[in-house]
Design a protein around this ligand. Structure first.
Ligand code: SF4
Length: 272
């Protein structure tokens, strides 16, 4: 295998060719913050997709944590659920807001604000109308979703239609996660503004410091070799070097450097 595995990717304003690395570290206050898992992927693999392989690898080494702090890129509904059911790991991290234009401009018409009656398999819209159809299916990623449609007659004459749908004549349609995923996202959205949740999540900022240290001390941003396997080896050696340095500091009672905070945490703590 060779550099043919390298991929072009971009994230916000950063573009690169190559790979991605995901580091997992201990963040307990009474132990050295050792890196316990190193996951190297091609650059186009999403963060969501690495959660299962990371937990599988940690399980094989008997290193699974009770709680795993992760940023928004990793916290799909499927990962919130399956980490708990398959590995007994509670993933702690914020989830994305609903991306629809309704959620941005008219939040009361966002899918998450329609009432859902799971037993009757109906949704109730903000105008009090009951949905006409309820169709369970799978999305492109294979996750269970429900496609819901409201009655044409109700939507046609609705006074708030323009806030609810941009369709010219069709009624409002919703796609929501199947019950378990829907509830996981809904509960997390409620929970993620809670001070207790933020206090725990705050510790995730330590990994930003680790990445920064790996960039500065070991040139993590630059792959020294061709191919995924050798790049992964480089990442493991980098993690091993950081671990030795951290262990040495811990044994010599050298305190941890002060933590940098992610934009999400900083924003939340400023607000709080
Ligand atoms: S457009 Fe239809 S679904 Fe939306 S609020 Fe009006 S009646 Fe309800």
């Amino acid at each position: 295998m060779c550099g043919l595995e390298a991929r072009y990717s971009s994230k916000r304003t950063v573009n690169w060719v190559g790979y991605k690395v995901h580091l997992t570290e201990i963040c307990d206050e009474d132990s050295p913050h050792l890196i316990t898992q190193v996951q190297t992927t091609i650059a186009t693999q999403t963060d969501e997709e690495v959660v299962k392989p990371i937990h599988q690898s940690l399980e094989q080494k008997n290193l699974l944590p009770d709680e795993h702090l992760m940023d928004m890129g990793y916290t799909s509904s499927d990962n919130l659920i399956s980490s708990q059911s398959d590995y007994r790991v509670r993933v702690i991290g914020p989830v994305r807001s609903e991306p629809s234009w309704q959620a941005r401009n008219h939040p009361q018409f966002a899918a998450q604000n329609f009432q859902i009656d799971w037993n009757q398999q109906v949704a109730i819209c903000p105008q009090g109308h009951q949905s006409r159809s309820w169709k369970p299916t799978l999305d492109r990623g294979g996750e269970g979703v429900i496609q819901i449609q409201f009655p044409s007659a109700a939507c046609k004459n609705c006074a708030t239609r323009t806030q609810c749908t941009r369709a010219k004549t069709d009624p409002r349609k919703l796609t929501i996660r199947a019950k378990e995923g829907y509830m996981a996202l809904k509960n997390r959205r409620k929970e993620q503004d809670n001070p207790e949740f933020l206090k725990i999540y705050h510790k995730r900022a330590g990994i930003e410091g680790t990445l920064s240290q790996a960039l500065r001390k070991s040139g993590l941003r630059q792959s020294r070799y061709l191919g995924l396997a050798k790049t992964h080896l480089q990442h493991i050696l980098t993690a091993a070097a950081l671990n030795l340095s951290r262990l040495d500091n811990w044994l010599n009672n050298i305190p941890l450097a002060s933590t940098r905070y992610s934009r999400f945490s900083a924003l939340k703590f400023k607000k709080g």
